[in-house]
Design a protein. Structure first.
Length: 470
């Protein structure tokens, strides 16, 4: 399901969908389709890569979403440079910014997988002395992301990285990039440890490593930054200080910076965009949707020690990324996350962020994700709105009737909160039966899909309903 909705300028203009190529599944009959993992091999047909992103691009354009991050943008196995150009050119023609994932010190380089000068494995085969030095990370060499990473202080690193980034922006009609260095890697080479003497001692070493990896890449395209959405990952939230509960099992799920303000925020080009992780800043247990029905900013959403009410983003420019609704977060890939999307957009807007990113890997033929995409579109444009506003202004366009849109979201909210009435259930049964008759005659098929999913969702008696393909 693709929609072309009327939208004003968004309140969170630099919002985007974040994706891995190998699990972005909008073509559902490819024999290589998988729904799990990070850093997987690409098993689908090459033409499926182009079609998956054509459909996702159409969705983004119709919803007023600025960009699409693609990790695995360039791989020999799905067409390499030619396929990348087809994806980027089509998106540019629709006004959508393709943002290739760039691994500066790990995660592939500018050419994610394949024999190419700007691929990290290719570079390290030629220059093995440039490998990162960290015995703790040797275990990952054969497990994920190919060869060990590149040391950010090796003499060949900056030239190789800057050439690759400049080539990427010249060769493809891309609207930005999503830059990572390898999560919390630390290089123990002599040159990297010597550099440490120039850095504030209270600053976490992984932030120093990020600056060493990111700054050369950003400087190489500094003149483009005002017009391109180039986001660099911190892997943390932006709450000052240490986590009072200790470090989480998964490092990127911490809302804390482990310092008062990272030094790298003042050492990199200010027009580049910091990407904070909001995953554990938002409430661990989302508010019931009924809390947002008539109040766009309920008091309970600010009762959160992991995101203090008056906390302001400390970076010159920033966006936030949530992992909810993905295979990597509590197996929630097929869940409705409307409440988390609403909360993240509201809190991000009030904290001075320029955008929010969610995953875009599941087709909108899956009704829970259709609702997620529509809610994301709505709340990046109107983050202070209530759910009733969402029902009338956005679902109303989808259904062709504002009252029907409001009725749907009201019943869905009460289903989520466990407060359905018998009248709600009767209304859903009646609406579904009526639309089924109309759909059998060739009318209102998409409306029937939404209502029929809601009927089955209610009948399941579960807070989350993973079935959704109707």
């Amino acid at each position: 399901m693709i929609w072309n909705l009327d939208r004003p300028e968004p309140a969170l203009p630099n919002s985007y969908f974040w994706t891995w190529d190998h699990i972005t599944n909008w073509v559902l009959d490819d024999p290589g389709l998988v729904t799990f993992g990070c850093g997987n091999k690409y098993l689908k047909r090459p033409e499926t890569f182009v079609e998956d992103y054509r459909r996702l691009t159409d969705l983004a354009a119709g919803l007023g979403v600025k960009g699409i991050t693609i990790w695995g943008f360039l791989r020999n196995t799905h067409g390499g440079i030619e396929a990348g150009k087809r994806v980027a050119d089509y998106a540019a023609s629709r006004g959508v910014a393709i943002m290739p994932g760039i691994g500066t010190n790990w995660y592939g380089g500018c050419y994610y997988e394949g024999e190419h000068p700007y691929n990290i494995e290719t570079f390290l085969k030629k220059n093995p002395e440039a490998r990162i030095v960290n015995p703790e990370w040797e275990v990952f060499e054969q497990y994920r992301y190919g060869a060990m990473g590149v040391s950010p202080t090796h003499p060949l690193f900056i030239e190789w990285l800057q050439e690759g980034v400049q080539w990427l922006f010249k060769e493809f009609a891309i609207g930005g990039a999503n830059v990572e260095n390898g999560d919390f890697i630390v290089d123990y080479s002599e040159s990297s440890q010597a550099h440490k003497k120039t850095w504030p001692p209270e600053d976490p070493d992984f932030f120093r490593m990020q600056c060493l990896g990111y700054d050369p890449a950003l400087r190489a395209i500094e003149d483009l930054l005002p017009d391109k959405l180039v986001a660099w990952a911190t892997y943390t939230g932006f709450v000052p200080g240490e986590n009072p509960d200790g470090e989480p099992e998964i490092a990127y799920l911490t809302p804390y910076m482990r310092c008062e303000r990272p030094a790298l925020l003042d050492r990199m080009p200010p027009q580049a965009t910091c990407q904070w992780t909001l995953t554990q800043m938002v409430l661990d247990d989302p508010l019931p949707l009924t809390a947002f029905l008539d109040d766009g900013a309920p008091e309970a959403v600010f009762d959160n020690r992991h995101w203090p009410r008056d906390l302001v983003n400390p970076a010159p420019r920033a966006v936030g990324f949530v992992h909810q609704g993905s295979q990597g977060y509590r197996a929630s890939r097929y869940h409705s996350i409307v409440g988390t999307i609403k909360e993240a957009c509201l809190r991000a807007f009030r904290s001075g962020l320029e955008g929010v990113a969610i995953h875009g890997e599941v087709t909108s033929r899956h009704v829970p994700w259709a609702l997620n995409y529509l809610a994301f579109s709505h709340f990046i444009h109107w983050p202070e709105d209530t759910l009733r506003d969402f029902g009338r202004k956005t679902l109303g366009q989808v259904f062709g009737d504002e009252d029907e849109g409001e009725s749907f979201i009201e019943i869905f909210a009460h289903c989520d909160a466990g407060s359905l009435t018998e009248q709600h259930k009767a209304d859903v049964q009646s609406k579904t039966k009526d639309l089924e008759v109309r759909a059998s005659q060739g009318e209102a098929l998409d409306r029937w899909r939404f209502w029929n999913w809601l009927r089955q969702h209610i009948q399941s008696g579960e807070r989350q309903c993973e079935t959704g393909f109707f």
